[in-house]
Design a protein around this ligand. Structure first.
Ligand SMILES: [Zn+2]
Length: 273
């Protein structure tokens, strides 16, 4: 998606848009994480599911779920409270910053004359202008406004404002200082989501040795990137994976083979009683 970004946009706008896109792209994973017990071990649980074929419309389902605002949804028994807290905080932060930006850049709803006798100055809100789908609607006592469309929509709307996408005369350009605020909120939101998902660029010594050579294994996650594991022995390790900068390294589908081998080693040590 970075290719569609306007590279002439101010750096804060670019940063904000990238971070907002990262938040909404990982939103479905965060919502799914709320319903799962937190994984006590590295790496993130989803990295182990390469061998499980995903249903074809999985992505669309996640999209549909992602559009529903968390605050309006039932969480009868969330299994991962950290993920739920992170999701609620991120949702609130993005909704609030959208309210604040709309205050600054969005043209109020136009009025049109009401054909009445006696009061030639009577006006009413222009219904077409009010219904413009590009408009951000504030929360009201009787309606969640645009918050009702969920985080995904709010993030897309904010990206549009950051990159100054045109929508007739509905919006003016976001002032530099407001853009800095948005970039800061977006960066914090992204970090919060990635931390809750265990994707925040941590490096961890795995508590099990390499099943092939017995040396130490190091797990690594990168923000927005796939997890990897490397063996510390170097070329002498006989693990059936490619060398990368002198070390055996497992990524993507190769991780499945590593989990299977680690699991088998564990079973050998702890035979069923
Ligand atoms: Zn090894």
């Amino acid at each position: 998606m970075t290719d569609t970004l306007d590279r002439t946009a101010p750096p804060a706008a670019y940063r904000a848009a990238v971070d907002l896109a990262a938040v909404r792209e990982q939103w479905g994973d965060l919502l799914a994480a709320i319903e799962q017990a937190p994984a006590a071990e590295w790496p993130p649980r989803d990295a182990r599911d390469f061998d499980r074929p995903a249903p074809i419309d999985d992505e669309h389902q996640a999209d549909a779920i992602g559009r529903m605002p968390l605050v309006l949804r039932e969480h009868p028994a969330p299994l991962n409270l950290d993920a739920l807290d992170a999701a609620l905080a991120v949702e609130e932060a993005l909704f609030d910053v959208a309210d604040a930006i709309a205050e600054v850049v969005q043209r109020p709803i136009r009025t049109v004359p009401v054909p009445t006798y006696g009061n030639p100055d009577a006006t009413m809100p222009d219904q077409d202008d009010a219904a413009d789908p590009a408009r951000w609607h504030y929360q009201a006592q009787t309606s969640p406004g645009s918050r009702g469309y969920g985080l995904h929509w709010a993030a897309v709307w904010l990206e549009g404002r950051a990159l100054d996408e045109q929508a007739g005369d509905l919006f003016t350009q976001v002032p530099a200082r407001t853009l800095d605020d948005l970039a800061r909120v977006a960066s914090l939101a992204r970090r919060r989501v990635e931390r809750a998902l265990g994707r925040d660029g941590r490096t961890i010594a795995l508590d099990r040795p390499c099943p092939w050579c017995g040396d130490a294994l190091t797990g690594r996650t990168q923000p927005g990137g796939e997890p990897s594991v490397s063996c510390m022995r170097g070329e002498a390790c006989t693990a059936p994976v490619l060398l990368d900068r002198g070390r055996r390294i497992w990524r993507g589908a190769d991780l499945v083979g590593l989990w299977a081998a680690l699991d088998a080693a564990k079973r050998r040590e702890q035979p069923a009683a």
